[in-house]
Design a protein around this ligand. Structure first.
Ligand SMILES: Nc1nc2c(c(=O)[nH]1)N[C@H]1C(S)=C(S)[C@@H](COP(=O)(O)O)O[C@H]1N2
Ligand SMILES: [Mo]
Length: 382
């Protein structure tokens, strides 16, 4: 039963990893766009969905990977460890695959939990490049095991699960493996039992965390570090004003607006005197949570018109009062900058912005990662 079990777990894990890879690479490209890559400003909720899938599929993979490694555990001790070049390469790919998979899941969970102190390396680069190593090793592994996988998923269930053993395995390896398989807990467990338990564990992990994005499930999401609705003005805060070094914003505040036909320095009163628009838009944080809110303020497109930046190909840079830190500036693609829902928000839920949410004003745009929704905006440059 073991090979069939391993193949089924592998299939589930392959699906979860594929969703995780595609949504993760997409998120990376949106934040670090390679030449020629464009991300539209609609549908409004698209990034929220892709990033929610990234986090959910990654977390559901934790019990799947645990069960998969458990199911092949005895094979780690087969003898001899390497039988020729092809077999040696195949085993090296499995070693790389397991190490990369464990690394991705551990760093992903640490990221969601904000435990950066446990990662003495750049999280973004390490998590991104290891994903490609994982994808490569996974393809090699699937190619090497294809005949076996096909037999295990389609053929009749083998009574003892050693369809993997060929005559070349030799009696000793085979007996050793079977003994270890039983010792490692293989005996007494049916395939259905293990699959049910693993599925239940994956479901429990999902329920315990998905509330950080799906608000009605917040009550059962005991493991979610952030919940929609919890925070100042009913919205979580990712970086507080104090953490960003913003102590106080006073009457002397001016938004510096720069474009082809000139510069303006706008006070908060000036901004409030411009036409105000409302938009229901989510903050979709790459660290796993998302929450929708009602924002109102000035359209960025209207500000651009004030300084002659109507040119639809002109990108826009937004800078924060924050002095340093990777997220003190962000760039709006030309189309996103001119979307009527893209606001310099002055209000949240009808009240002036809380300092932690970016008072006196913050960027909020549709279909955009949270890290690019710059708070405490000091300058808009087109
Ligand atoms: N200036 C500045 N803006 C920022 C950040 C930051 O560190 N500095 N963090 C971003 C991140 S990671 C997120 S998820 C959102 C969260 O907005 P909120 O704290 O108002 O919910 O703000 C973004 N804006
Ligand atoms: Mo974020």
């Amino acid at each position: 039963m073991r090979t069939a079990l391993t193949a089924r777990l592998g299939l589930m894990l392959g699906i979860a990893f594929s969703i995780c890879l595609v949504t993760g690479v997409l998120s990376h490209f949106i934040q670090h766009p390679p030449g020629g890559f464009h991300w539209p400003s609609r549908p409004v909720q698209l990034y929220r969905i892709t990033q929610g899938l990234h986090v959910a599929s990654g977390l559901a993979s934790v019990p799947l990977l645990t069960a998969k490694i458990w199911s092949v555990f005895p094979k780690l001790f087969t003898w001899p460890p390497v039988r020729g070049l092809a077999h040696g390469l195949e085993r090296a790919a499995i070693g790389l695959l397991s190490a990369a998979a464990v690394f991705e899941l551990v760093t992903g969970v640490l990221n969601i939990a904000y435990w950066y102190s446990l990662m003495p390396f750049g999280f973004i680069g390490a998590h991104y490049w290891t994903a490609w190593i994982l994808a490569g090793a996974l393809l090699l592994h699937i190619a090497a095991k294809l005949p076996l996988i096909r037999a295990a998923l389609t053929g009749p269930a083998a009574p003892d699960g050693d369809t993997n053993s060929t005559a070349a395995d030799g009696g000793r390896a085979r007996r050793g493996m079977l003994t270890l398989a039983r010792a490692a807990g293989g005996g007494g467990w049916t395939r259905r039992g293990v699959l049910t338990l693993t599925g239940a564990a994956a479901g429990a992990v999902t329920l315990a965390t998905v509330g950080q994005t799906v608000a009605p499930l917040g009550r059962v999401s005991l493991l979610a570090p952030r919940l929609p609705g919890v925070g100042p003005q009913g919205l979580p805060v990712n970086k507080t004003a104090a953490a960003a070094g913003i102590v106080r914003v006073d009457e002397s505040y001016r938004l510096q607006l720069t474009g082809p036909t000139g510069r303006h320095a706008l006070s908060l009163q000036d901004l409030l005197a411009l036409p105000q628009f409302a938009a229901e838009l989510p903050i979709a944080c790459v660290e796993g949570w998302s929450a929708s809110a009602t924002w109102s303020g000035v359209r960025v497109a209207d500000l651009l018109r004030l300084v002659g930046a109507e040119d639809p190909d002109r990108p826009v840079t937004v800078e924060s009062l924050q002095q340093d830190g990777p997220y003190r500036t962000s760039v709006l693609e030309p189309g996103q900058a001119r979307d009527p829902l893209t606001l310099l928000a002055l209000r949240l839920g009808g009240e002036p912005l809380h300092l932690d949410h970016g008072h006196p004003c913050r960027l909020i745009a549709p279909n955009r990662p949270g890290v690019l929704q710059t708070k405490w905006v000091a300058a808009v440059i087109a």
